[in-house]
Write a protein that binds this ligand. Structure first.
Ligand SMILES: [Zn+2]
Length: 334
């Protein structure tokens, strides 16, 4: 049994309370390799932002959960080495799908876990989430629950259609489970193909596809029921067109990849939404940069020569999110 506090990590409780009061959101960036982690930590340190490192089930399978935990512990030391005296870094399990998985992460040093029972019948979701909360809270590990179903594909999580969160359920769910934050469904979606072209309209200025707006009425209704309660948005990559174009320019084939416009995320960040999950944008930045090197320097075979530029591109993207979308820069407690 390892407690996250001994690793220098923090849970989400205090940072979420400050984010709601301050009208900004904490970035939750997924990671499964060293370059991503370095880019996330450098971006967070340089902007003085708290940050959530997310590990999905797919990332656990890819990189090994023990190794990822040591990487997160290393990230705290790295942030200090970069000059951040009191980094606020959360190690969070993204989309935990069983009590056993959540327990194993708590026991290994994670400071926060998500139990995603959103696909289960309501009463089963309540029972499972409550069980995880009761275990995790013994160690002061915070728990994110989910109500409503997001469309899209993310590692093992996939659904054809979304079901908006029912605001009538949120009081009962949060009270009975004791969860610390709640992921809701208001039209965000997993992956780089969040919308079908026929769901979108064409912007006459740019010729780009514009997706349907998020259901802010559902968010407002949830906030009315649970004033001051931390809300989480999954599937909130904006799928920057410059990366999609770059990938296609250098031999890739992404057709009609569409994300959530940053104006909508900016608006959400000012509300009770205090955690915004971004994964696909990092994948796109990395792929675009690697493809560029491969096309421009076909003789290159030193991985540092293509993973290095990929790392720089991700860092730039993470900083942009912190500074221009989420507003979490300069928000460290100390
Ligand atoms: Zn998700």
């Amino acid at each position: 049994m390892v407690n996250y506090k001994d690793l220098g990590l923090v849970n989400t409780r205090d940072m979420f309370a400050r984010a709601i009061k301050g009208g900004y959101a904490i970035p939750a960036f997924n990671f499964n390799n060293m370059e991503q982690l370095q880019a996330i930590i450098k971006a967070a340190v340089e902007t003085k932002s708290p940050v959530i490192l997310q590990v999905s089930k797919g990332a656990r399978n890819y990189a090994n959960q023990t190794l990822l935990r040591y990487m997160a512990e290393g990230a705290v030391a790295y942030a200090k080495e970069l000059g951040c005296e009191h980094p606020e870094i959360v190690l969070h399990l993204d989309h935990g799908d069983s009590f056993e998985l959540c327990k194993s992460c708590v026991d290994l040093g994670f400071s926060s876990v998500m139990i995603d029972g959103s696909h289960l019948p309501y009463e089963e979701n309540v029972a499972l989430t409550k069980k995880v909360v009761e275990y995790a809270h013994q160690y002061d590990v915070t728990v994110e629950g989910e109500l409503g179903v997001l469309a899209g594909v993310e590692d093992e999580v996939s659904a054809e259609h979304h079901t908006y969160t029912n605001p009538e359920e949120v009081i009962d769910f949060s009270t009975r489970t004791g969860c610390d934050s709640l992921a809701i469904s208001i039209g965000t979606s997993h992956g780089a193909y969040k919308f079908k072209p026929e769901q979108c309209h064409v912007d006459p200025q740019t010729g780009r596809l514009v997706p349907p707006p998020l259901a802010f009425d559902v968010l407002d209704a949830v906030m009315e029921k649970l004033p001051g309660f931390p809300i989480v948005l999954h599937g909130s990559s904006s799928v920057p067109q410059e990366y999609v174009d770059m990938i296609n320019q250098y031999g890739g084939k992404l057709e009609a990849a569409i994300g959530i416009p940053e104006e909508e995320l900016r608006k959400a960040a000012k509300s009770a939404v205090c955690k915004i999950n971004i994964d696909s944008d990092s994948r796109l930045a990395m792929t675009a940069a690697v493809r560029k090197v491969f096309v421009e320097k076909p003789a290159e075979f030193d991985p540092r020569k293509y993973l290095g530029p990929a790392r720089d591109e991700m860092e730039k993207m993470y900083k942009h999110k912190i500074l221009n979308v989420l507003g979490s820069d300069g928000k460290l407690a100390h």
